[in-house]
Write a protein that binds this ligand. Structure first.
Ligand code: NDP
Length: 239
């Protein structure tokens, strides 16, 4: 059997597409998200689906322990779960800022914390953090989202250096616009409408499967090759 891959935020979008692709390649999987029924319905073989909020380190750890007992040590973590709550910084509720900081930074760090030490001890492992083009440049109404994704870049790069001698890879995928449910959580209707108009005028967005292919590419290169970052956007996305 191939090695165990953990995917956070596998109940929709990029995480779901990555789960389907890696499962079709024979990997046992641990899929984590709050909407567990959305993962169970995929009915993937050798797959454990657990209702885990990535901010809850206890259930996050329990799920990893359970999967490792069944399938062996985690070989790859796809740190994908995230939220994008676009807003005008002068009016946006601070709870939305905190939610993005919690999920996109602290939740991602929880995942790293739970697997990194063991990977270093084993001298093998891969962590793929899903960031965004908004982790490389700023956009209006994206101030806090950009802040969280810029943090993903700096944290990933610094940890990559720390664990490089231990043969552990830390990679970043920074997508442009992907057609998923991500925008649906933004509460400001005017911003949602403006974003949709911008997206529609641009033309074809990326698909979740496009990003899953990037995960496959990064992960299945030899362990001696670390793709540090993939910045991938629709051809017609100018920014
Ligand atoms: P979706 O909204 O489809 O997926 C987000 C996933 O994150 C869901 O499975 C959701 O599961 C999960 N999630 C959110 N909060 C938590 C939490 N507290 N605990 C566990 N899981 C959580 O959007 P995408 O697939 O687009 O997003 C995936 C990643 O890609 C995100 O990090 C996003 O920032 C990034 N990205 C997306 C882009 C896009 O245009 N779509 C562009 C650039 C980056 P559940 O609600 O069931 O818990």
């Amino acid at each position: 059997m191939k090695k165990l891959v953990v995917i956070t935020g596998a109940s929709s979008g990029i995480g779901e597409a990555t789960a389907k692709l890696l499962s079709s390649m024979g990997h046992p999987l641990l899929l984590l998200a709050r909407r567990v029924e959305r993962m169970e319905v995929l009915n993937l073989p050798n797959t454990i689906c657990r209702k885990v909020d990535i901010l809850d380190t206890k259930t996050f750890q329990q799920a990893i322990t359970e999967a490792e007992e069944k399938f062996g040590d985690v070989d790859c973590l796809v740190n994908n779960a995230g939220v994008m709550l676009l807003g005008d910084s002068t009016t946006q509720d601070i709870s939305e800022w905190n939610q993005m900081i919690d999920v996109n930074i602290k939740g991602l760090l929880n995942g790293i914390h739970l697997v990194l030490n063991k990977m270093v001890k084993r001298n093998c492992g891969t962590i793929i953090n899903i960031s965004s083009v908004a982790g490389r440049k700023t956009f209006s109404d994206h101030a806090i989202y950009c802040g969280t994704k810029f943090a993903v870049h700096s944290i990933s790069d610094a940890i990559r250096k720390e664990v490089s001698a231990s043969n552990v890879r830390v990679s970043i995928i920074a997508p442009g616009v992907v057609e998923t449910e991500l925008l649906s959580h933004t509460t400001d209707k005017g911003i949602v409408d403006g974003y949709k108009e911008w997206k529609d005028n641009m033309g074809e967005a990326l698909t979740s499967e496009n990003i899953a292919s990037a995960v496959d590419y990064i992960y299945h290169l030899p362990q001696s090759v670390c793709v540090r970052e993939v910045l991938i956007a629709p051809t017609k996305q100018p920014d």
